[in-house]
Design a protein around this ligand. Structure first.
Ligand SMILES: Nc1nc2c(c(=O)[nH]1)N[C@H]1C(S)=C(S)[C@@H](COP(=O)(O)OP(=O)(O)OC[C@H]3O[C@@H](n4cnc5c(=O)[nH]c(N)nc54)[C@H](O)[C@@H]3O)O[C@H]1N2
Ligand SMILES: Nc1nc2c(c(=O)[nH]1)N[C@H]1C(S)=C(S)[C@@H](COP(=O)(O)OP(=O)(O)OC[C@H]3O[C@@H](n4cnc5c(=O)[nH]c(N)nc54)[C@H](O)[C@@H]3O)O[C@H]1N2
Ligand code: SF4
Ligand SMILES: [Mo]
Length: 760
């Protein structure tokens, strides 16, 4: 540092946290160091953030630890004789080419599968450039974390409202009554309903006399804070909701209000629900008929109400039906699209429901093809994650021989983990874009690292489409790339170029220019766009000299609903405007958007989509199925954890183990197990030995183990996580259990046997 250097010693910047869906604003203080880049000295909540107003959870401040983690991969790695060695980017891409192209040539494009993981949804590079990689590869064997997560909700939303992200979100801030199923935002900070500070929002809801009903086999922290906890049997929410629908019809409580004119299929829903009286579902749900009846009446009677379901409603055998019924109830009670009900966000950038023709769209086609081995259905261009292992380990024409993972850890996050782990070991080639050598990427031949979150620009293109307020916020990179580091979008763009045969040194700008070029072309040709009929060159000139994700974000903002429209509305938003608003811009509470938000073929809300109506027969059959297993397994989340990949942060994992099995005291007595002792848990596919936590905060007959643990595998390079290994709950989840509409895995409600494991 020279004496003439006038930069202040400390500097404060603002950045949205990318770790979970809450999207909190962070205030980050940096200190200059004598040599090298600045150092983060403090991260706290940004009190001026328009959305989070200072809220932060214990993970938010760990962006520093993640950045500084010595185990984080910083240079490309190639496996030589079983050991990872650091190489240059050119060498790494040469290796990708050398490994993958001959396989693609020999066996066809489908021989290489892809698994796209969750952090992509929180990441501009993944959101925007994965498409290019998938297109360049041209494989139909595409898998993602979506089919161990929210695919059922995407499908029900697409069928009912015409868009995968046309997902109504609960207007928590204005509602009088929130019925929440299978979600624990006190731990997860919310999902498919973006909002910082769920605890505060819920406390304000109950504080103003509103009611929160939480349906969960566990008395979660959210259930503790609720007005009522309804301890349902795992997997049975579809029955509960269908019975509530039945009650609404039977008791004349259906009142669509103005929605009446926008809905088809009302009579059909009534007929479908008729057999599911509260008495009929009492057994399977484990709930009293009068409770169900009361829940329906209270929902109908509330001045405003919304129904919201999450993981416990999607990762179950009736996931799509349950997701659908959530919104059926929102419609039947007249609460869809009104303040305090379930509403549609108006996102500033990237939302399909703010583009193109209003109200009308194309038919959503599902199940266009099936997987090779088990014939599982395609949805949204992907195959179910429950089919990944068998596509790799089952010989025959079309067998998957190579795998690309992008920010995914399927060995810890997908069913029958042991089978997948073994299958990955048998691949001819594997390439991972990732930041760690973990349970999955240890199998890779090449690891292409992404820089840390602090080194990336950020805009929540996906999550802000599901926000509880209309907001926009862009964050610049906080720290620069270091020597030899490549931004993640360039990694993905170069990977795409290698896969399409352009070679390891092709310029990522080629991909980038093509991407923006086609977006601009599409927009000027769209008569509903603010730039319809303009010259593409002129638009591209206005976007210059930006490149990469920032140029695309600028374009999406400027052509979005609040956009400046390349001159059409000088007061509108652009990236420059957001740069001048480091705490974000608030466009206010959610607004009514029907019917324009729809993109269905007939411009109507489909209350009884044929595919879902047909699946009700399966719900009915399920009523008579024997459920005589002694225990069923569910998951849970902990505020200090984030899926599988943040357990290398000491401050988050220190103290009492998070990876315990919750067991009801009565069950503990029968099993002869005490708190802190070890239990052996066995399912059809596997077995784990896990430490028991006896708690009455769970239904008898249900046990709960969180996912994302089990770091003690050979070759994992996570020093801290290894010491807090825990067990992999997905050794127990069964790849033969899935929702046939969505192909989504069943991760909750898995039959297991539990016995005491003396000796630990
Ligand atoms: N701290 C933290 N935050 C996270 C994550 C994390 O791992 N840690 N992960 C992020 C991701 S990827 C997601 S998708 C979201 C998920 O967000 P949430 O859905 O809120 O996730 P969970 O906290 O797992 O809450 C699910 C609840 O469903 C309950 N449940 C299980 N089975 C059933 C059932 O059959 N019926 C009902 N009604 N309830 C059931 C469980 O007991 C649990 O309390 O969280 C995100 N945020
Ligand atoms: N039993 C059970 N299983 C579950 C669930 C459950 O509730 N119960 N929940 C499911 C859900 S909701 C989800 S979303 C999935 C998650 O499943 P996955 O997406 O497969 O798993 P993650 O744990 O999110 O792993 C993320 C990976 O991305 C890497 N990574 C982190 N940040 C970056 C980055 O910026 N760039 C790159 N390139 N890599 C990065 C991490 O090192 C890690 O390898 O798990 C699912 N599995
Ligand atoms: S809740 Fe925590 S992890 Fe999620 S965005 Fe906010 S600070 Fe980050
Ligand atoms: Mo997720």
């Amino acid at each position: 540092m020279s004496v003439t250097d006038a930069r202040p010693a400390n500097r404060t910047v603002f950045r949205t946290c990318p770790l979970c869906e809450a999207s909190c604003g962070l205030e980050i203080t940096l200190k200059r160091t004598a040599a090298g880049p600045e150092e983060v000295i403090r991260i706290r909540g940004d009190r001026e953030d328009v959305f989070s107003q200072g809220y932060i959870c214990p993970k938010g401040s760990t962006l520093k630890q993640l950045h500084e983690d010595p185990d984080r991969v910083r240079t490309p790695l190639i496996k030589r004789d079983g050991v990872f060695v650091a190489v240059t980017w050119t060498e790494a891409f040469e290796e990708v080419e050398r490994l993958l192209l001959p396989i693609l040539e020999r066996d066809g494009r489908d021989a290489c599968a892809v698994y796209v993981g969750n952090p992509n949804a929180h990441n501009l590079a993944g959101m925007l450039y994965n498409k290019a990689v998938l297109r360049a590869l041209g494989s139909t064997n595409i898998f993602s974390a979506s089919t161990v997560d929210q695919r059922p909700k995407e499908i029900s939303s697409a069928l009912m409202f015409g868009g995968v992200l046309n997902v109504p979100v609960p207007d928590v801030d204005r509602t009088d009554h929130l019925l929440m199923l299978g979600a624990n935002p006190y731990a997860s900070n919310g999902s498919l309903a973006t909002a910082p500070d769920w605890p505060g929002r819920i406390e304000r809801l109950t504080g103003r006399g509103g009611k929160l009903v939480v349906v969960d086999p566990r008395r979660s922290r959210t259930a503790e804070a609720a007005s009522e906890w309804v301890a349902i049997r795992p997997g049975a929410d579809g029955y509960l909701l269908m019975a509530m629908v039945q009650v609404l019809f039977a008791e004349g409580l259906v009142d669509l209000g103005p929605l009446g004119e926008l809905v088809t299929g009302l009579d059909e829903v009534e007929a479908l629900s008729a057999p599911f009286t509260p008495e009929v579902v009492a057994d399977v749900t484990g709930l009293e008929a009068h409770t169900i009846r009361r829940m329906a009446r209270e929902l109908a009677a509330a001045p405003t109400a919304c129904v919201y379901g999450r993981i416990g409603t999607t990762t179950v055998e009736f996931g799509t039906l349950t997701s659908w019924l959530v919104d059926v109830l929102n419609v039947l009670t007249g609460n869809l699209d009104r303040p305090g009900g379930a509403m549609f966000t108006t996102a500033a950038a990237g939302a399909s429901n703010t583009r193109g023709k209003r109200r009308f769209g194309r038919e959503i086609r599902l199940h266009r093809r099936t997987s090779r081995v088990r014939g599982l259905p395609e949805t949204m261009g992907e195959l179910p994650a429950v089919a990944l292992a068998e596509e790799i380990d089952t010989p025959g024409p079309g067998q998957v021989r190579a795998l690309l993972t992008v920010a995914g850890n399927p060995v810890l996050s997908t069913p029958n983990a042991a089978r997948l782990d073994a299958a990955l070991g048998g691949l001819e080639a594997m390439v991972s874009v990732d930041i760690y050598v973990n349970e999955t990427t240890r199998h890779a031949d090449v690891i292409l690292p992404s820089p840390s979150a602090l080194q990336k620009g950020h805009y929540d293109i996906a999550l802000l489409q599901l926000a509880l307020r209309d907001t926009a916020n862009y964050s610049e990179p906080v720290l620069p790339l270091e020597d030899g580091e490549l931004s993640e979008w360039e990694v993905l763009a170069r990977l795409a170029l290698v896969l399409q045969g352009a070679g390891p040194e092709a310029d990522p700008a080629i991909v980038d220019d093509l991407m923006i070029g086609s977006m601009v072309q599409g927009s000027v040709a769209d008569e509903t766009s603010a730039i319809f009929g303009r010259e593409p060159e002129e638009i591209l000139e206005e976007l210059a000299p930006r490149s990469g994700p920032e140029r695309i974000v600028d374009f999406l903002l400027r052509t979005g609903p609040y956009g400046e429209g390349f001159g059409a509305d000088p007061d509108g938003v652009s990236l420059d405007v957001l740069l001048a608003h480091p705490h974000g811009i608030d466009y206010g509470a959610l607004k009514a958007r029907l019917p324009d938000v729809l993109r269905t073929p007939d411009g109507m809300i489909a209350l009884a989509p044929a595919m879902l109506a047909a699946d009700v027969a399966r719900l009915q059959e399920g009523l008579t199925r024997r459920r005589d297993h002694r225990f069923v397994l569910v998951g849970r989340r902990n505020l200090r954890s984030n899926n599988s990949w943040m357990h290398n942060v000491k401050v988050l994992v220190k103290g009492k183990s998070q990876c315990t099995m919750h067991l009801h005291p009565d069950d503990a007595v029968t099993l002869g197990l005490a708190d802190g002792e070890w239990a052996r848990v066995r399912s059809r596919v596997g077995e784990v030995t896990v430490v028991v936590e006896v708690t009455d905060a769970i239904r008898p007959g249900v046990v709960s183990i969180p996912h994302g643990w089990g770091h003690d595998m050979e070759g994992v390079q996570l020093g801290v996580a290894r010491e807090h290994s825990g067990v992999n709950s997905n050794l127990l989840s069964d790849e033969t259990l899935f929702d046939p509409i969505s192909g989504n895995a069943v991760l909750n409600g898995i039959p297991v046997e539990v016995v005491a494991a003396r000796g630990g």
